[in-house]
Every structure is written in C-alpha cells, then in structure tokens.
Design a protein around this ligand. Structure first.
Ligand code: ATP
Ligand code: MG
Length: 722
C-alpha cells in the first residue's frame, strides 16, 4: 500500500503522532502547528493503513464549519466519500444520539431544540407566571446559572442551597424550568450534552454498544471541553477506547462556558498509558505574525509554555489603523477588501473578525453598499431573525402541539384578538393542571373564556389543525410555503411599512428555498421536518451570500478558532471592547481575553490588519476608547501604523472667525478634523468622516443627520465649522 499521500506532507513529530500504535495519545501544541492536520491524517491512516472501519471512528470538533472542513480533508486524503463517519460538534453528535434513542433518553420522539433566545424567553415567562420581579431575578443570570449547572452535569436535585435563600430560589427556578421543558419536549443546548451523558450513564447496554462501536475517539480543540463533554468522552472511551486528542492550552477561550483547560492534565491521569507529542513548528503564519502572537501570549502567567517557531519569511508588517469611528473603520476595511478582491484573490480567503456580534452590523451595511458579498458565521443569523422564528414556531407547533415555547410565540402573531388576559388564563390553567398551553387553550376555550376570546382561541387551534392536515403529504418546502401563507405571516408583514416588511417577506421566501435545498443526512433518524427544524436551531443558517458564492467571511474571534485565512482583520481592538470591559478588572478574565487575541492573530497567514476606533456607537450609545492594550503588547518593530488620511491637528491657516463659527473658505487648505461638526446650506448638520486630497481637490465625506453620507468638494461646499 502506498502511504505516501498520508505521510509525505508531515514533519517528523507529526508523522510520529499519525502512525503511533493504537493507544491513547495527546498532542499539545501551539497555533498553526498542524494539530488538525495530524488528526485528519490519523483518521486517514487508521482507515487506509490499519484497516479500521470508518464506522468505528468518532471525531469531534468545535464548529460546524470546522467539522465540514475536517470531513473534506479526510475524504480528499482517502479519495473517497466517508458518509458514515461520525464527525461533528459535541452538540451535533449528542443530538444525533438523542434522536436515535429518544425513548431511552426520556424524550418525546419529536422533541425540539430551543436556542438561547428561546430559552431566555421561557425563563422570562416563568418569572412572570410566578410573579417574581425580573429586576431582582435577572433572567440572564438565571439562564447562566441553569446552563452552568448543566455543563457541570448537575440537575436541580443535586444542588444544595447552602442556607442561601437566593441560591434556593435559583435552584427552584432551575427545577421549574426543566419541568416546563420536559413537558413540552424542549431541549436547550446544554441539555443536549447532559441528556446524552445521562443516556449512556443510565443505559449500560447502550453504552456498551457504542463503546464497542467507537474505538477511536478523536477530539480537536481539546482544551475547550467542559465537564460534561469530558465526562461523555470518558464514558465512551471506557476501558478499551483509544482517544486521540489534540489541543493548545493557549487557545482555551470558553472558560466562561465551563471549559476546563485542566482536562489536559486530567487526561494524562485518566489514561496513564497515553503518550504526549509536542509540535513546535508553525506552518501557517509569517514570522512577523507569529512573533506578534508569541509576544502577546507571553504576558499570560498561567501557561504550559511552548516554543513555536517558523522557517517561513518575515512577511509584511502588521498594519494598525486608528479610525475616527466605527464607520471610518468599516470604510477602511472595505477599501482593503475591495483591493484584495480586485487583485483577483479569492474573497473567501479574507476574514474580518470582531469580539462581539453586535459589531457586524456596521460592517455588513458597508459591505452591502460596496456590493461585496459576505457571510456572517455565528451571530444574528438567518434562522434567528424574528420572522423566521415565527414561521419555524408554526412548523414546530404543527409537529408537536405541546411545544409551549412555540405556542406562546405565535398564539397572537399575527394578531388575532388573543390578548394578554386570555393568554394569562391559559397559563393559569396549564399551571394548575400541569399540562401544555395547547391543552389549556382547548380547555379554557370551551369552559372559561367569553364569546369573542373563545372564538379567537378556537380559531387558532383550528388553524394549526388545518395546517397539519393540509401539509401532511407535502414536500418540506411546500409545507413551509403553505404555512407562511396560511398562518397569515406573509399578509401580516406586507402591512409593515417600507423596506423592513419587504425584507421580512424576502426572508420568509428564503426560508422556502432553504427548505428546498435541505437534504436530511441519511444517518439521522427523524422526520424531515424535525431534521430541518433541528438544523435551523443547531446549524444556524449562515444565510447571507449563497453557499456557492465566493464571499468575505465575517465572524467573532471565538468562531474563528481552528480556521485560517491569508488576509485577516482584527477589528474593534479597543480597551473595553477587547479586552472586554467585564474582564479588565479580573486577572483570569483578562488572560482569557489575551488567549482570544492570540487565537485572532494566529488566524492570519500572510496579511494582518488591526483596527480600532476612537469613538464607537454601539447599542445606541457613543463611547470613546483607547487602543487595546493588546496592540501595545506587540513589539513596535512588527507594526506599521496607518494614520488617518488627515492629521487630527494640522495648522489652520485660512480660517476666519465670525459669528461664533469658523467658515472654511473656498480653496482653503483643508484644516478640518475628522469628527468635526459642520453645517451645510442644503444638507444641514453633519460630521466629517473622511478627508481626501489637497488644495482645490480636497474632498470631505460628511455624514449628515438627515441627508445621509455625502462626499463634497471643500472649495465649493461652503461648510460652516461648528
Ligand atoms: P490551530 O491551533 O489554529 O487549530 P493547528 O495546530 O490545528 O492550528 P493546522 O490547521 O492543522 O494547525 O495547520 C496549520 C496550517 O499549516 C495548515 O494550512 C496546514 O495545512 C499547514 N501544515 C501543517 N503541517 C504542515 C507540514 N508538515 N507541512 C506543510 N504545511 C503544514
Ligand atoms: Mg486546529
């Protein structure tokens, strides 16, 4: 057998890991040193050389994108498709197990996954039901508490209040929350993992079946496994499983979600026969980028310490751009992206990374204006949009009448005369009788409600029953099409004025196309509708540019883990945003942010831009910030600063004072400042965003409050400085 394709592109240490004997192995190495490559080559080696069946391999990684990439890499090494390989995220694999064994897991067959937004709503509703003040019992804190317990593998009955009445209430809320979920067949993200763990723990025969089946357990990004994930792996490995795990302690970025980098040590204790391989050569980035990353991460105290080097070229300096505000920052980024695309590069090889999802909106707007196709991974995704969630809630309720979360969302959407009082009556009934809202609605409509309300509720119940009948024999996309019309959603959004309503209808239509393009993975044992709904909750759409279109990649630094791009922008590098305000005062929080920065920098192969803005409007308020401390941790000789095109304080030569304002005379040298407020005779008041050119050619870009953004030639514009 020719093993050349599997081994030729590996260095000695990598080869050693790939061809190691069948016993536990831990690869611990820095970014870009080929951990993921080793993992994929190991899979190919096992299948091709050791004759291991693809069925007995289980590979786990962190994002769907990374999983898809891993599958692709293995297939191209083996030169054949590996459909039956179990490869996915922890959540995805847990979900697959629960679908197969819903009965043993104590779930209804058509259980639905709720995302964190649904979860939060459910909690808010619960608080309201119990008349608890949500300023004191903060829904997000309760959500965090519940998920954190689940991540540790703890149910409400495992917890003790330790004499603390606050904690007692949290525990009680956790128990109530779980009861509501169980009643409705709802499974949140953390529950997927916990249930899958309990499924095996409580069904030894089933566990044994899987232990026999999956001998080779391969885990990428091992440093970010949380307690329940590790426990799950540990169960599956049993006495004879052969785990092959790769990770980097410097890239542990999910501590806030319960990830424990300590699992690296735990692993060595649990599998004392494990060998440890270290990889030290980085193949991804230029020396400049690597040196910057090393210099930043060096500031963290708690590290295993690694020596990462490259024999590649120094490459370009890291370019740092100080923008005036977030628009200026976006314009700068888009200018570079356009150049990149004009030079014939593949757009998908460029990525704009940011710390928090909210930052993507301005970038998206500017990209749309510039006509550059892009895709947002993670964040406010297609399937999270209001109207899409409305339509999906109809589908969910049709599939499972006990889905309270779906019921509440659409009972009066579009408005059909079912007011808050009526809903409250149903809730009271559902509480008193421990039944779903659907059943409660049926009961109160005939017994408790007055004429008009009763008719409205019965109308809704009939509508759902009718939709279920009408769609039972239709193809998935026809079902979606039917439901968005029958529900009244399309008509409802038609009435919403302007572009917004139109966009919503377009999105609903897009949902029909999404359903059309959806194919159920043959491995998944569930109905097509349920598969589609789970896909919507789990895979999260990623719907901006069409899948086949070459487009710029936008994502948070968290979602960029494991990926690489020739051109990378780290945007919004400001203290308060990154490192995040929350973590600045907390040393271990700051170290986690620094690891995230290390992840960000090491995504870049050739060109890295870092941008920050002096002023940023986010969530409706303006804030002013210093450049991120992480920029200062990069040695200055690796950096080339790109100044704004106009110096902030250039000598003002040709301005005259008058009427309390300064006028810019035609033909004057541009003594204007970015951010300067100005007034124009026709367009009104605005702020200078950009300046270009000299003398008679000097132009400024002004963002007018009412007239929008305009480029004006200074010598003609007759602007008043304010
Ligand atoms: P991260 O920590 O970011 O997940 P990683 O350690 O998983 O990184 P890989 O993504 O596997 O690293 O590899 C980084 C890059 O280096 C990839 O483009 C990969 O193809 C390349 N690479 C890895 N090993 C070699 C090698 N021996 N020869 C040439 N290129 C290599
Ligand atoms: Mg990797």
């Amino acid at each position: 057998m020719d093993v050349t394709p599997i081994l030729e592109s590996l260095n000695e240490a990598q080869r050693q890991a790939v061809t190691s004997p069948a016993k536990p192995l831990l690869v611990i190495a820095g970014a870009g040193s080929g951990k993921t490559r080793v993992l994929t080559h190991r899979a190919a080696w096992l299948i091709d050389v050791e004759g291991v069946s693809p069925q007995s391999l289980l590979a786990v990684t962190f994002t769907n994108k990374a999983a898809a990439e891993m599958r692709g890499r293995i297939e191209s090494l083996l030169n054949l498709p590996v459909n039956h390989l179990w490869i996915g995220t922890f959540h995805g694999l847990a979900h697959r197990l629960l679908r197969r064994h819903w009965n043993e897991a104590g779930l209804p067959q058509n259980f639905q996954i709720i995302d964190s937004d649904d979860q939060l709503r459910l909690i808010k509703r619960m608080l309201k039901n119990q008349e608890l003040d949500d300023s004191h019992w903060v829904p997000r804190e309760i959500q965090y508490f519940i998920n954190a317990q689940k991540d540790e593998g703890l149910r409400a009955h495992h917890l003790h209040d330790e004499g603390d009445p606050n904690r007692r209430q949290f525990i009680a809320l956790y128990a109530d929350y779980q009861e509501v979920c169980d009643r409705g067949g709802l499974v949140d993200f953390a529950e997927l993992l916990l249930r899958a763990h309990e499924l095996w723990r409580d069904n030894p025969a089933l566990l044994e079946h899987y232990q026999r089946r999956f001998q080779h357990l391969m885990v990428d990004e091992f440093q970010d496994t949380n307690a329940i994930q590790y426990a799950w792996l540990r169960l599956l490995a049993g006495e004879n499983g052969i785990p092959f795990v790769v990770g980097d302690d410097d890239q542990s970025i999910y501590r806030w979600r319960g990830a424990r980098v300590e699992h690296i040590f735990q692993f060595q204790k649990d599998f004392p026969s494990a060998s440890v391989v270290k990889l030290e050569q980085n193949y991804r980035s230029t020396a400049t980028i690597l040196n910057a990353a090393n210099a930043v991460i060096k500031n963290n105290g708690s590290r295993m310490g690694k020596n990462l080097w490259t024999d590649g070229a120094d490459g370009e300096p890291i370019r740092v751009y100080s923008a005036y505000n977030e628009r200026d920052e976006a314009d700068f980024i888009i200018g570079r992206l356009r150049d990149w695309s004009d030079q014939g590069n593949v757009r998908a090889e460029s990525a704009v990374l940011y710390r928090s999802n909210a930052q993507s909106r301005v970038l998206e707007e500017c990209l749309i204006n510039a006509g550059l196709p892009y895709r947002v991974y993670g964040g406010l995704r297609f399937f999270e949009r209001q109207e899409i969630k409305d339509a999906l809630a109809y589908m969910r309720l049709i599939s499972n009448r006990d889905d309270d979360s779906a019921f509440e969302r659409i009972v009066n959407r579009p408005t059909r005369g079912i007011g808050a009082r009526t809903v409250e009556t149903m809730r009271a009934y559902s509480r008193a009788n421990s039944c779903s809202m659907w059943r409660a609605a049926g009961a109160v409509a005939s017994d408790e409600l007055s004429g008009r309300a009763a008719t409205a509720v019965t109308g809704f119940l009939n509508l759902i029953e009718r939709a279920a009948r009408d769609t039972s024999n239709l193809d998935l996309h026809e079902q979606v099409d039917h439901v968005i019309h029958l529900s009244g959603l399309v008509d409802f959004f038609k009435k919403e004025k302007g572009e917004r309503g139109e966009t919503r209808i377009e999105n609903l239509e897009e949902l029909v196309s999404a359903a059309k393009g959806f194919t159920k993975d043959p491995v998944e044992e569930m109905s097509e509708v349920d598969a589609f709904l789970s896909h919507a909750a789990l895979e999260a759409g990623e719907g901006q540019a069409d899948a086949w279109e070459d487009c710029i990649q936008l994502m948070t630094m968290h979602s960029a883990k494991g990926l690489e791009f020739p051109l990378v922008f780290l945007s919004g590098m400001e203290d308060g945003l990154f490192p995040h305000q929350r973590s600045i005062a907390d040393p271990s929080g700051l170290e986690e942010e620094r690891r995230l920065c290390y992840v960000g920098i090491t995504r870049a192969k050739q060109t890295l831009y870092i941008t920050h803005a002096e002023q940023r409007r986010m969530h409706g308020t303006d804030s002013y910030a210093q450049a991120s401390r992480f920029i200062n941790e990069i040695p200055s000789e690796l950096i080339e600063e790109i100044r704004p095109r106009v110096q902030v304080s250039r000598p003002v030569q040709t301005m005259t004072r008058g009427r309390g304002r300064t006028a810019i005379r035609p033909g004057a040298e541009a003594g204007v400042r970015l951010g300067q407020r100005v007034r124009h005779g026709k367009f009104g008041d605005g702020v200078i965003l950009n300046c270009e050119g000299q003398g008679a050619h000097a132009r400024v870009e002004v963002n007018f409050e009412t007239a929008g953004t305009k480029w004006l030639v200074l010598s003609y514009a007759n602007l008043d400085l304010m």
